[in-house]
Design a protein around this ligand. Structure first.
Ligand code: G6P
Length: 613
């Protein structure tokens, strides 16, 4: 939610900020703004995308070398001009951008109004900038001290960048709950919500921790301290991120690029961890807690959105292979319903971004109850892996399209490794069975490649026929029930078509009432078990004139003769079948959305990294 960038040094700040904001647009794209110091603080803001801001600001860049920029996902106040960041204190003295929510903003605002401050926006952020101003005036201190004192008075989440025209040689950043990275160049500093705006200027970064602030001067000095005023020795890390990974590489959209990257992202996520011939899974991150994991009474999986669907696939995997009880929870529901937890529970938090506020809060609760908390995360150095006791990264590479694709299949692959590891160690599957599944997991990248090559044109053709439907139903059984949910979510997210996912057998308890000749029903039917039952479900749809699109195994002949459309995917182990059946559903949502003229990489109202509750 919201992307922030900042720069201080000798270069022209404007192009750095605009380019950085474009890279951070996945975090929000409802309005954008920059403030740059050049004799005074100049601001450009615009409701809409960063490209709209760029157009408005064209020709107005006065060459300042200190500046901050913001791309917004609105929480307090409509995404219009007045609510766009940056926000000012009185007389445009201090300027600030913010990602997060100041939860006690209403009381701060009331107090500031009482003291004569005039508010120009409906945002929570403006309360913070006036508070900093008020403190600085009262305490007669430096801006960084006023920021520190103000942050001690706010509750909620923030990543902020702030400077003042009284000291245009200093840029200040601080974070709690929302991410903030500092890039260190030669007498220059960058601030950003993630490393993507920084990568082409420097590889040296500091990931700030919660309640830490960075005070950066134009002469190359940086101080990192906590808001409790404890000075820290900053840990400077070298970025591994490559520039190509965050560019479209010839594809029309990031989403399509990311769909096509799945053979590689799964290969990278499994590589070095699995040796099917030797019959070994190595999960270095978890070995320290091996005993505790193997003795767990229960595994509780917490996640949101697509990651929650990966968690549902994991429920089938862990129960089926490792014979351990699993519960899958929406992070926010879990957090607020006083769950029964004990030290014998292992909690797995799944997240692409590693910054989802609900998941982080649920992890915190689980830790406070003594649970062992493992993370499955894609973004290295993000908050979720840092808060976990241990875990496994997915190596999907940066995912930029807001609708998650390659992160989902990478999560499922890593969770499969975890289930196999546990099953093997516990002896709940035989060595032979372990090797069969492991061998097949190694084959999955090439089978995905084959799926992509074989079904792309066919999915495009089907999308053309079905693109004007108002509703879709997705049905799946067993391992492919979560795939039905994920397929429906993808379509909703990017094409704005109403879609629901259901267990196929549950259709008769309600959704069947919706079926008529206008209703496409996507049936995921590449399971070997329950095959006849899936055929019965398909017949029930056909009997009511529903239009069936079935995802089937390559050797299928029966369903092919029944369904209006069939898409074939290679045969595989049933427990791995979600990794293949997901692919045509991702393409289906992509093509339908593009044919309807939707912005697939930045769908309306959504953001990729949800750092607010
Ligand atoms: C948002 C995104 C989804 C994502 C969910 C969880 O809603 O739009 O694509 O699945 O957050 O995000 P996480 O980063 O925790 O996986």
């Amino acid at each position: 939610m919201c992307g922030i960038v900042g720069y201080i040094g000798n270069r022209n700040a404007f192009p750095i900020l605009i380019k950085g904001l474009k890279r951070l647009e996945y975090r929000g794209y409802e309005s954008a703004g920059v403030a740059i110091y050049s004799k005074e603080i100049n601001t450009d803001k615009e409701a809409g995308k960063v490209a709209d801001l760029e157009r408005v600001a064209e020709g107005q860049d006065q060459g300042g070398t200190l500046g901050i920029g913001h791309t917004r996902w609105a929480n307090h106040g409509e995404p219009n001009y007045k609510n766009s960041h940056p926000h000012y204190s009185e007389n445009k003295r201090i300027v600030l951008i913010h990602n997060g929510i100041i939860e006690n903003y209403a009381s701060i605002k009331a107090e500031m109004i009482k003291r004569g401050y005039v508010f120009n926006s409906d945002t929570d952020t403006e309360a913070l900038v006036h508070l900093i101003d008020e403190i600085q005036k009262n305490e007669k201190c430096e801006l960084d001290e006023a920021v520190r004192l103000a942050l001690n008075e706010v509750t909620g989440a923030y990543a902020i960048a702030v400077f003042s025209k009284d000291n245009p040689d200093r840029l200040i950043g601080a974070r709690k709950g929302s991410p903030l990275v500092v890039g260190i160049g030669d007498k220059e500093f960058f601030l950003a919500s993630d490393a993507s705006p920084i990568i082409e200027y420097t590889k040296n970064v500091i990931y700030l921790d919660d309640e830490e602030m960075a005070i950066m001067d134009r002469d190359g000095n940086i101080t990192v301290k906590t808001i409790q005023n404890v000075v820290k020795t900053p840990y400077i890390q070298e970025l591994e991120l490559k520039l190509e990974a965050i560019e479209k590489g010839g594809y029309e959209h990031f989403m399509l690029k990311e769909i096509h990257e799945q053979p590689k992202s799964i290969f990278d996520s499994v590589r070095g961890r699995l040796d099917a011939i030797k019959g070994i899974v190595r999960l270095g991150g978890m070995s320290e807690y091996e005993n505790r994991i193997l003795k767990a009474d229960r595994i509780i999986i917490i996640a949101c959105g697509t990651s929650w669907h990966a968690g549902l696939v994991a429920e089938y995997l862990f129960e089926d292979l490792a014979r351990v009880l699993v519960e899958v929870e929406y992070a926010l529901e879990f957090r607020y319903r006083n769950p029964v937890l004990s030290e014998k529970d292992v909690v797995i938090a799944i997240s692409q971004s590693g910054e989802t506020a609900d998941t982080l809060a649920a992890m915190e609760l689980a830790k406070s109850k003594g649970c062992l908390v493992l993370g499955v995360c894609n973004v290295v150095g993000s908050s979720i892996p840092r808060m976990s006791h241990a875990g496994c990264y997915t190596h999907a590479g940066p995912e930029i399209g807001v609708a998650s694709t390659k992160a989902f299949t990478a999560q499922v692959s890593v969770l499969t490794l975890m289930a196999l590891w546990m099953a093997h160690k516990k002896g709940t599957i035989s060595d032979g069975r372990f090797r069969e599944i492991a061998t097949e997991l190694e084959n999955i990248p090439s089978k995905i490649q084959k799926t992509l090559e074989h079904c792309d044109a066919q999915v495009k053709y089907i999308s053309e026929i079905l693109k004007d439907s108002n509703n879709f139903l997705y049905l799946g059984r067993g391992y492919n029930f979560p795939v039905a949910l994920e397929g429906a979510l993808k379509l909703k997210e990017i094409s704005y078509i109403h879609a629901e996912g259901y267990p196929a057998a549950e259709m008769k308890h309600g959704p069947i009432a919706l079926i008529d000749a206008e209703m496409p029903v996507v049936v995921i039917a590449n399971n070997q078990s329950a095959y006849e039952k899936i055929i019965s479900n398909i017949q029930e749809v056909i009997a009511r004139k529903g239009r069936v699109l079935a995802i089937v195994s390559e050797d299928d002949v029966i369903i092919e003769g029944m369904a209006e459309f069939t898409i074939k995917v290679p045969q595989t182990e049933e427990c791995l079948s979600p990794l293949l059946s997901t692919i045509p559903l991702q393409l289906l949502s992509y093509y339908i959305a593009t044919m309807r003229g939707c912005n697939v990489d930045q769908p309306r109202n959504l953001a990729k990294s949800v750092t607010v509750e």
